[in-house]
Design a binder for this molecule. Structure first.
Ligand code: NAP
Length: 303
């Protein structure tokens, strides 16, 4: 069965090249004829790993290609994912599987609701990749992929294919807890790093503010039934800040490069969930407002 990869950006290319290298059937879905022509002229996707570049001539097609889709890896940003799937919706087999690689929460639930017959697997990834050029991706950080299905606990029978392709993958029976924990870490660190325009380590100068945010995030997770994700949040935030002290957060890099952020699926989702639970979290809402104002001043979308 073919792996269709929707979104040949950083993570999509990282998955596609490793699957193809293992001899598994892979097809890329590119957004338009210009992208397809550019891809064909380049002769494939380049993956740079340990300083070595390799070219992978993976078959590529447009969203309106005629062949059916049984397994779709959705590797677009959270704000593009649903619209991108809609473009291939008529090709989806009724019981197809969709692997959703998006950061944050909200996009996965919207997709699962819109395509209820598909099996939606949520993925939380700590692997790192970035685009050196449109079709050239650097594998920047080894990590792990947790896969899970909030609607059904049994793992799919193809996890072995990922192992064969050297893609680290672990089945999680509580993927929402993992995604919520990552979302909370992100909400505590990334917006402040943008607002103070600093590396992660410099946030330790704002311990009181970090502590107050962590307290509200812990309250939110607990009220939302995510008690495991709530446990020890502040200590982990401080550990992550220490471990990444000389790095700029991904949101900081997006804003510096004038790219749209995924704020709507991170802080925006946290605030919307708090509102839905009638929970008063003034620090979190104030942070959301400050960040949105900052994005607006920088000419970037506020969602
Ligand atoms: P990215 O490099 O920006 O790639 C997104 C890709 O989606 C782009 O190639 C874009 O195409 C494509 N796309 C968007 N709409 C499309 C459409 N309608 N049809 C076809 N392709 C479409 O993003 P990324 O860094 O891989 O991130 C993907 C998700 O993974 C995000 O939610 C991110 O937070 C998460 N994540 C990323 C990393 C990482 O290290 N990169 C790590 C963990 C999690 P164009 O090139 O034509 O714009």
């Amino acid at each position: 069965m073919s792996w269709h990869i929707l979104g040949a950006g950083s993570l999509g290319s990282l998955w596609a090249t490793r699957l193809a290298r293992a001899g598994l059937p892979v097809r890329l879905i590119l957004r338009n004829p210009q992208r397809l022509a550019q891809y064909q002229a380049a002769g494939g996707l380049s993956l740079v790993e340990n300083g070595q570049s390799s070219l992978h001539a993976i078959p590529a097609e447009l969203p309106d290609a005629p062949n059916a889709i049984h397994r779709l890896l959705v590797a677009c940003k959270a704000y593009d994912a649903e619209a991108a799937i809609a473009q291939v919706a008529t090709r989806l087999e009724p019981r197809c599987e969709m692997l959703l690689l998006q950061n944050g929460l909200g996009s996965q639930q919207a997709i699962a609701e819109r395509w209820p017959r598909a099996r939606c697997l949520f993925v939380s990834s700590t692997e790192g990749a970035y685009r050196e050029d449109d079709l050239r991706v650097v594998f920047a950080g080894r990590g792990q992929n947790w896969l899970g299905d909030p609607a059904a606990p049994a793992p799919p029978d193809w996890l072995g294919e990922l192992a064969r392709a050297g893609i680290p993958a672990t089945w999680s029976t509580d993927i929402l807890a993992r995604l919520w924990r990552k979302l909370a870490l992100n909400c505590a660190i990334n917006p402040l790093s943008v607002l103070y325009d600093c590396r992660n380590g410099e946030l330790l100068r704002h311990r009181e503010e970090l502590g107050a945010l962590c307290a509200e995030l812990t309250e939110l997770l607990a009220a939302n039934g995510q008690t495991d994700a709530a446990t020890g949040l502040e200590s982990e935030v401080l550990r992550v800040i220490e471990a990444t002290r000389s790095n700029y957060s991904s949101m900081h890099q997006d804003v510096r490069l004038g790219r749209r952020t995924e704020i709507g699926y991170l802080l925006g989702h946290a605030c919307a969930t708090a509102d839905g639970l009638d929970l008063r979290l003034p620090r979190l809402h104030a942070l959301h407002r400050r960040l949105r104002d900052h994005l607006q001043r920088n000419g970037l979308p506020m969602d």
